[in-house]
Write a protein of this length. Sequence first.
Length: 116
Amino acid sequence: QLQLVESVGGLVQPGGSLRLSCAASGLTLDMYTIGWFRQAPGKEREGVSSISSSDGSTYYTDSVKGRFTISRDNAKNTMYLQMNSLKPEDTAVYYCNARENPFAYWGQGTQVTVSA
């Protein structure tokens, strides 16, 4: 069965850190472009970060540059999103994604709340 299973998010104070993980089964992540998206209440889902399957290049949306780091452990078939210096505006449901046209797979989503 093809699936992406995300770790539980949580409540973090502003300035804190959190690492999300996303374990894949039934697909090999290094054959896909992988990434993280997020959706805040009342807003559209946005791309946060990704690693290209073609050349390994990384992408970060401007608001997280220098604070978030995407990575992949091929041996564990798992992707990660390390989030540092978290801000209240980072509060959202975070989704992992693996895609290679015409296929796309999504994690179940995990809530990250940044609040004092």
